[in-house]
Design a protein around this ligand. Structure first.
Ligand code: NAD
Length: 478
């Protein structure tokens, strides 16, 4: 059984560090403080930079096979300790233990995939027009990386960034979200156990992200920033990266449309919308935020969807039978509540749920009679609320789906092959699920367009974000 109280020190330069200050981590299901964690400031940020810059020189010089072996071991240990990590995730952020186990598996898949991909960072030779020249292109690690991660996937968001960065030969400092530092520290324990070299992977826990982040962003030795979180913070880091011309990847907010056409397999669409909507209690950047159903089948869909939602068990996230745990904090509850109340005031009907809450638990809600003026249609809700809207034509629903500054994930359900291509190509989103509510997988590119971000995570695209292209022109002596 995991003892989360022992996860209380930051992991900097291969040492477990107390800083003299701590901050509390609260279990959202019970309201209990479950750990007091070292609160890092600019001193620790400077130490982390020193260590990451030093470690970069030796880590990048290892062979790809040596780096691969460390990652492989890390992945194996994550699988061996998966139940501990899953419980840690569930206790600090509230997702159900079943989903937390899924997240640990997803994280291990990333580490495993990139442990192999480390060996496939190839260069290129380019033909020259001169007989005595040879033109080579090599891919080299971009340098030390600073990662800032959110609380909604405390393990997967770190694994998805660290695995390709480390495989590429970069060193890595992560500042996890203040709500979920424990899972990050658990990953650091496993890294140490795997024999990961000093300074290559570091975890800098902090209550206030601004001080440590400022130091990292201003130091020119940090060559790459990778961020997952909200769009406003992403924009801030993008601006801060300019002064030292750091490479940057941003995985930001989403506002996913979920479209059900009249020819869809309705049972499958209902089942998958349940996952796309309620996974992680709706606190996922790719959560279905707006459900558009063809007018001809809307009543049938809404009835089946409402019935399925009513069956969801809300309760203790550590219990195997629970489907829906608490939201992460009071602000999250307040935002969801504001969206639901606004919709009801503007004429929506909550056919289940609807401002029913206890502590941080918010009951899964289905809204009908929804219109475009409601906040729930305009903003990312980040909670267990499904607004169901209807449409008359393919053109109309594409226009509505694209009418947002976001462009992360979109989903649609159809059996028509022509429509599959037409709609997939017309949607302004980085990820499209066609008859698939869970498209994310380690070997495929994940990322958004417009205000949803820059760059991709996963597959060969994910490792490119951590590589610099170097051109070498060789003149052959005669
Ligand atoms: P957030 O932006 O508030 O926090 C994310 C991280 O940024 C945390 O570690 C936080 O400490 C840090 N941070 C906050 N202010 C900062 C600042 N001024 N300088 C430096 N760091 C700062 O986001 P959140 O509430 O934790 O996460 C929810 C958001 O993340 C949602 O919008 C969601 O859609 C998005 N998200 C996106 C993806 C994706 O892959 N696109 C995945 C998960 C979550």
């Amino acid at each position: 059984m995991v003892d989360v109280q022992t996860l209380n020190k930051a992991f900097i330069a291969g040492e477990w560090v107390n800083t003299g200050n701590t901050f509390s981590v609260t279990n959202p299901a019970t309201g209990e403080v479950i750990a007091e964690v070292a609160d890092c400031g600019s001193e620790q940020a400077n130490q982390a930079i020193e260590a990451t810059a030093n470690a970069f020189q030796s880590w990048k010089s290892l062979t790809a096979y040596e780096r691969s072996a460390v990652l492989e071991k890390w992945g194996q240990l994550l699988r061996e300790h998966s139940e501990d990590v899953a419980r840690t995730i569930s206790m600090e952020m509230g997702k159900t233990i079943t989903e937390a186990r899924g997240e640990v598996n997803f994280s291990a898949l990333f580490i495993e995939w990139y442990s192999q991909e480390a060996k496939r960072i190839y260069g290129t030779t380019v033909p020259s027009q001169f007989p005595n020249k040879r033109l080579l292109v090599q891919e080299q690690p971009v340098g030390p990386v600073f990662a800032v991660t959110p609380w909604n996937f405390p393990s997967a968001m770190i694994a998805r960034k660290a695995a390709p960065a480390l495989a590429a030969g970069c060193t890595f400092v992560v500042k996890p979200a203040e709500a979920t530092p424990l899972t990050a520290l658990k990953l650091a324990q496993l890294w140490e156990k795997a024999g990961g070299p000093v300074g290559v992977f570091q975890v800098m826990t902090a209550q206030d992200p601004v001080h440590v982040s400022k130091v990292m962003m201003e130091d020119s030795r940090i060559r790459k920033v990778t961020f997952t979180g909200s769009t406003p913070v992403g924009k801030l880091l993008y601006k801060q990266a300019a002064d030292t011309i750091k490479r940057i990847s941003l995985e930001l907010g989403g506002h996913a449309p979920f479209i059900v056409f009249e020819d869809a397999d309705i049972d499958q669409a209902v089942e998958q919308t349940m996952i796309a909507k309620f996974r992680s209690i709706g606190q996922s950047c790719v959560a279905a935020n707006r459900v558009y159903v063809d007018k001809k089948i809307k009543d049938q869909f809404a009835e089946a969807y409402t019935a399925a939602t009513k069956k969801l068990i809300v309760g203790d996230p550590l219990a195997d039978e629970t489907h829906v745990g608490p939201l992460v904090n009071q602000q999250a509850v307040d935002k969801v509540d504001r969206h639901v109340r606004d919709a009801i005031e503007k004429g929506a009907e909550a056919v289940t749920g609807g401002a029913l809450k206890e502590g941080l638990f918010y009951h899964p809600t289905v809204l009908l009679n929804v219109n475009d003026d409601m906040q729930v249609v305009q903003e990312e809700t980040f909670g267990p609320v499904a607004p169901i809207l209807s449409f008359d034509s393919e053109d109309e629903v594409i226009q509505k789906a694209n009418n947002t500054p976001y462009g992360l994930a979109a989903y649609f359900w159809t059996r028509d092959l022509g429509r599959t291509y037409r709609v997939a190509e017309a949607l302004d989103y980085g990820i499209i699920g066609v008859n698939d509510g869970v498209p994310s997988t380690p070997q495929a590119p994940f990322g958004g367009v417009k205000n949803s971000g820059l760059g991709r995570e996963g597959g060969p695209w994910g490792i490119e974000e951590y590589l610099e292209t170097k051109y070498i022109s060789i003149g052959l002596p005669s």
